[in-house]
Design a binder for this molecule. Structure first.
Ligand SMILES: O=P(O)(O)OC[C@H]1O[C@H](OP(=O)(O)OP(=O)(O)O)[C@H](O)[C@@H]1O
Ligand SMILES: O=c1cc[nH]c(=O)[nH]1
Ligand SMILES: [Mg+2]
Length: 219
């Protein structure tokens, strides 16, 4: 898996991430979701530079005009819940993509810090020969992305897999390098150094799903 980190170059995306992290701003749920959506758009634009293109011709009122248009069959698959606003941002740009949805949540069997990631819901298009874009704003331990990849196996073999995320941990990214094909690519806004003992990214931003949609009960 190759990794492309957006924040290696300064851009307007820095502001979106700063607002996601800021304790005084992130409690505005609408802004929080919107900033994730905006990052989905930025990351989709970056990713679009590596799709395959055909040389097409369109007719303007004044005559023919050559234009390169992507010919990839895209499927955007988001990981519920926090993947939803990221999904919307990616879909804003790849508006004719097919869409899949899958759930992944942290189950704490003993009500302590130990958890496993369970995948329970899946509604997916065929992935055979298509370009799969997996979307989840947080990549902490990497278990959600890894377990989702396993759960999607029966849906067919994609031609290429892109992962789109907002904040990742170094540890989680290293883990995913061993789980995803070598030619897959992670498009991520920024990478943090640490995970704490609850599997949260530090400094990260907190719980993305809760900040988008409200607190969930641990189970
Ligand atoms: O890399 P990981 O260690 O798997 O952690 C990242 C996952 O944690 C969050 O989801 P969560 O399970 O909290 O569910 P939610 O999005 O429904 O809140 C986040 O949206 C990722 O899916
Ligand atoms: O830091 C983290 C880890 C998992 N899920 C989140 O939302 N944030
Ligand atoms: Mg999740």
């Amino acid at each position: 898996m190759q990794v492309q980190e957006l924040l290696q170059k300064k851009s307007i995306a820095n502001k979106f991430i700063a607002q996601l992290r800021d304790v005084n701003i992130q409690t505005d749920r609408m802004r929080f979701r919107k900033n994730i959506e905006r990052l989905g758009e930025v990351l989709a634009y970056e990713l679009s530079k590596e799709l395959n293109y055909d040389n097409n011709e369109v007719k303007t009122p004044l005559g023919p005009c050559k234009v390169a248009v992507s010919n990839d069959e895209l499927v955007i698959c988001s990981i519920l819940r926090a993947g939803l606003p990221l999904h919307q941002g990616i879909l804003n740009y790849f508006d004719d993509a097919e869409n899949s949805f899958i759930s992944a949540y942290r189950h704490h069997p003993n009500n302590d810090e130990k958890f496993e990631v369970l995948v329970e819901y899946l509604a997916s298009a065929s992935l055979e020969g298509k370009t799969l874009i997996l979307a989840d704003p947080m990549l902490a331990t990497g278990k959600s992305f890894a377990n989702v990849l396993k759960a999607l196996k029966p849906m067919g073999m994609p031609k290429k897999i892109h992962l789109v995320s907002v904040i990742g941990s170094k540890q989680g990214i290293e883990y995913l390098k061993s789980e995803f094909p070598e030619d897959s690519k992670l498009w991520i806004a920024t990478i943090d150094e640490e995970l704490n003992d609850r599997g949260y990214i530090v400094p990260g931003l907190g719980d993305a799903g809760d900040l988008c949609f409200g607190t969930k009960l641990q189970h």
